[in-house]
Design a protein around this ligand. Sequence first.
Ligand code: C5P
Length: 232
Amino acid sequence: MGKDVIIACDFASAEETFRFLDRFTEEKPFVKIGMELFYAEGPAIVRAIKARGHKIFLDLKLHDIPNTVKKAMAVLSGLDVDICNLHAAGGVDMMKAAIEGLTRADGSRPLLIAVTQLTSIDQMRMERELLIEKPLAEVVMQYAENAKTAGLDGVVCSPLEARSVHERCGEMFVTVTPGIRFRAADSGDQQRVTTPEEAKILGSNYIVVGRPITASSDPVAAYRRCVTEFRG
Ligand code: C5P
């Protein structure tokens, strides 16, 4: 089971991304490519970062009818990424179709994980806008279980949910957790945050860290601090 720090490369262009990655002369961090960068630069950015020797989490959060997701995943499987994802809200059949699409002729495939409820959705929004009246924590756990039933490898969740997800879905079910800050005071727009060390104690397998590294005056030192606190 992996245990690693993934840097969220939330940049607008390849140029900005490479300027950032060029600062890492000794290590090859695991990087997350999100919608902004992928839509700006296309699949070429994935191939270029992979060619530099980085592992990649392609965070495109697919959500459509099963057949469409299956075909899109088949395209993504050719990009040789390490992790990709979709919305569990698309249902168990969509998630099963995604795995079929992602699996290559030789049986290999990237890890596939599901977003449960976005961290921007709170209890009130879920009830008023989505008409889901169960407690948020229960919805997250049900979606995690649906992902496991479909054969997925894990979920994106808050570090604060990681322990319950492992208890419900098993130690081998991967938890990838954003919402990481060195100190709670720096939480910004992330609602429920932990430090890298707390995430480790709570059982996260991968932490996704963006601004605490990308906006730091010394990103390499900030990355190393995350690695030491999370893996040390
Ligand atoms: O800058 P920060 O550390 O908040 O970045 C966290 C990253 O994780 C961003 O790329 C954000 O889109 C992503 N993310 C998140 N919450 C989720 C899913 C993804 O913060 N539920």
